[in-house]
Write a protein that binds this ligand. Structure first.
Ligand code: SAH
Length: 393
């Protein structure tokens, strides 16, 4: 058991961490040895007696400490292997016999700043903390041992890396080989995933369970999948018997994937693909128009707290347009993946949107991120996705 540098909190700053939160912020730290490199391993202590955790210290990041373990255990290859195996066991329990899922969801798997998506024999890995970056080689080896992938894509193209002093770099294949499109099969469809060129880590697993829930309401209906990306919602709806599905995205490569996915699932004859601005398309619909179900799943509008007021207005406008385009009895699936918009604020924007559209909404189901993105109860930051299924009433 090696000696780790000691980082000590200011008096009375330990409460949140004692309750299970995994971060200490820079203004809460009283002492740390000078000259520690960003992401160095260290031990965190309260000002009084006790021990809070072992983890990564960052002298220049707002998140000064990220706890990896509440024990004083060695942080080495065996440690990462253990964590990865635990994370995989949970996914295998949640989605029996699946080989595609979010394998690691950062802090919720006590692997702060690490995201891993598994696509059968291929992995996409995203590192968002300086500490994890220092373990890059160890991680690749541990992932290799745990899953024996044919290829691993390293996705260092996330802007939040800059907050940790890490570079934003183009995605690259870091182990083995990765074909341009990998095929996965989930409960609600088969999908091609572009691990290198696709958005984020290639596929939005966080909406997996929501696609199931919505698809169950789509049989015989006409569905608009606005902000469709690779078509997750629309494909699930078509497979569940939707009469017609229109897919809209501003990105041409996204639409091409969606179209290939429609063919893969044998539903292309009921699908139409439109490249363009979803808001434009929605604003040209008449109420009682061509859709019975509308999914709106825009990118995160609030990228920071200061963008919140503008973002809330944008969600309101978008959802008002969607509500206005639906007939009475129509279904709106409204989503927000902004961390900074909490459940209550999101529901309030939907209330305002309904008022703006001069309609009334009833909430059929309030959902969140899929089970392979578990929320750490002591750490609200791990919850980000809101998904409301509503009916125009
Ligand atoms: N619903 C998707 C995920 C959507 S991600 C799924 O289930 O996989 C958000 C998508 O919105 C991205 O594909 C992005 O290209 C698209 N987008 C961003 N702005 C847009 C706009 N104004 N109109 C249409 N699509 C837009």
């Amino acid at each position: 058991m090696g000696d780790y540098p000691r980082v000590v909190l200011k008096p009375h700053e330990e409460g949140r961490l004692q309750k299970g939160h995994l971060w200490a912020f820079s203004n809460e730290v009283a002492q740390a040895p000078a000259g520690l490199e960003p992401g160095s391993l260290a031990d965190l202590f309260p000002s009084s007696a006790g021990f809070l955790g072992r983890g990564f210290y960052h002298p220049h990041s707002l998140i000064a400490f990220r706890i990896l373990s509440s024990e004083q255990e060695n942080i080495d290859a065996a440690f990462f292997q253990k964590r990865l195996t635990e994370a995989m066991a949970l996914r295998e329990r949640l989605y029996p016999s699946a080989t595609a899922y979010r394998w690691v969801f950062g802090e919720s798997d006590r692997l702060p700043g690490l995201v891993v998506d598994r696509y059968g024999d291929y992995l996409a890995v995203q590192v968002l903390s300086a500490g994890m970056e220092r373990f890059k080689d160890v991680l690749i080896q541990a992932l290799n041992q745990a899953a024996h992938p044919r290829g691993i894509v390293w996705r260092s193209d996330a802007p939040v890396r800059l907050l940790e002093g890490l570079k934003e770099e183009p995605p690259s294949v870091i182990l083995g080989e990765v074909p341009p499109r990998v095929q996965i099969t989930l409960e609600n469809g088969s999908f091609y995933v572009d691990l290198l060129g696709g958005q984020k880590t290639g596929f939005y697993f966080d909406q997996r369970d929501n696609r199931q829930a919505l698809a169950a309401l789509c049989s015989g209906r006409r569905v608009l999948d606005a902000f469709c990306y690779s078509g997750g919602f629309g494909i699930a709806a078509a497979r569940a018997g939707a009469r017609a599905v229109v897919f809209v995205d501003s990105s041409q490569p996204a639409l091409e994937l969606a179209e290939a996915n429609a063919q893969l699932n044998d539903v292309a004859d009921r699908c139409t693909f439109v490249q363009g601005d979803a808001l434009q398309l929605l604003s040209h619909q008449n109420p009682g128009g061509p859709f019975d179900v509308i999914v709106v799943d825009p990118p995160a509008y609030a990228r920071s707290k200061k963008h919140l007021p503008v973002a809330l207005k944008a969600y309101e406008k978008l959802n008002a347009l969607a509500i206005g385009a639906l007939p009475k009895g129509g279904i709106l699936a409204a989503s927000s993946c902004s961390h900074f918009v909490d459940r209550d604020a999101f529901l309030e924007t939907l209330r305002r949107a309904a008022r703006k559209a001069k309609r009334s909404l009833r909430l059929l189901e309030m959902r969140g991120q899929a089970k392979d993105h578990p929320v750490l109860l002591a750490m609200p930051e791990t919850e980000y996705l809101k998904f409301a299924i509503l009916q125009v009433f």
